[in-house]
Design a protein around this ligand. Structure first.
Ligand SMILES: Cc1ncc(COP(=O)(O)O)c(C=O)c1O
Length: 308
């Protein structure tokens, strides 16, 4: 299925993302096929558009999200961008709790849609944002709809219904392996559930930062983090640790060799996918491009008035 040619709302542009064969990077595993699903082509520019929209739609449908409430969640960026876009498009207010040290670009992007930002202690990382968000909601439960991407079953459901189904439509019976990194784990859980329903075994792998202190933004080192409730460690067939420098180096290679300027979690995903491709011999490995690299650039200072 393709995206509709005419759309009534920006929400109609979510999903139906392209799948790209990585020919140059794939030369390192010459008998295998390596595919990258370009989730950054979603309107919010990331893999988080699908779950954010699903969580909002499901909550609107059953009355948890109403116009008099503020949608709140802890997010270091991409989910927040997605809530902000769909909040603006559907007419719901949004507040985001994020560590104070997230990139200025993320802060500016979400504020552009009218979203309120609440900052948590940068030393406590994304777990600090979760703790502060829970405190705010506990203090004023009637004010907020707490979307809670770490607990909300609509998060993995979006990937079960969307990402996973599309992968099967796009590569069909060729696929032997799927791998993706763990943040909330929604992508990994949802896609794995869908692919495991296929009539023969597709090996589904969770990529994880190898170190507790890492530079793979968007990914969680589960051993040292608040473990998301939607995460089931037993669901993936394998867990593959990825070092920060391997993710960063692969992100550089993707820009120079494939013309894909992506974030570092995508670098980690493709590094892991290439490892699996080499190991598989003549397998077909699919992974996810979570977001673009320009999301991590410092923004240009935009002045409303020029001085001559
Ligand atoms: C850049 C980036 N990569 C990867 C992920 C991980 O996705 P998921 O939350 O589905 O595990 C996220 C999620 O926040 C992200 O923002």
């Amino acid at each position: 299925m393709a995206r509709p040619a005419r759309m009534r709302s920006i929400v109609d542009a979510v999903g139906q993302t392209p799948l790209l064969r990585l020919h140059r990077i794939g030369r390192d595993a010459p008998n295998a096929k390596l595919y990258l699903k370009l989730e950054y082509t979603n309107p919010g520019g990331s893999v988080k558009d699908r779950p954010a929209l699903q969580m909002m739609k499901d909550a609107i449908a059953d009355g948890r999200l109403t116009k008099d409430k503020i949608l709140i969640d802890a997010t270091s960026g991409n989910t927040g961008v997605a809530y902000s876009i769909f909040g603006a498009a559907l007419g719901y207010r949004v507040a985001l709790v994020m560590p104070a040290n997230v990139s200025q670009a993320r802060k500016n992007i979400t504020r552009a849609y009218g979203t309120e930002l609440i900052f948590s202690d940068p030393m406590e990382g994304s777990d600090g944002a979760i703790r502060l968000c829970r405190k705010l909601v506990a203090e004023q439960p009637d004010k907020y709809f707490y979307s809670d991407q770490y607990r909300n079953p609509s998060n993995p459901l979006a990937h079960y219904l969307g990402t996973g189904t599309e992968i099967l439509e796009q590569v069909g019976s060729e696929i032997t392996h799927f791998v993706t990194g763990l943040g909330t784990s929604g992508t990994c859980m949802g896609v794995t559930r869908r692919l495991h329903e296929y009539h023969r075994k597709i090996v589904c792998v969770a990529a994880e930062p190898a170190e507790a202190l890492h530079g793979l933004e968007g990914l969680k080192h589960m051993g040292s983090s608040i473990v998301p409730e939607i995460y089931d460690a037993k669901l993936p067939d394998e867990h593959l640790p990825v070092k920060t420098e391997d993710g960063w180096d692969m992100a550089d290679r993707l820009a120079r060799e494939e013309g894909l300027h992506v974030g570092h979690s995508t670098g980690a995903n493709v590094f892991a996918a290439l490892e699996l491709a080499k190991r598989s011999g003549n397998g077909c490995v699919v992974t996810i491009a979570c977001d673009r690299g320009d999301r991590y650039f410092a923004p240009m200072r935009w002045e409303k008035q020029y001085e001559w």
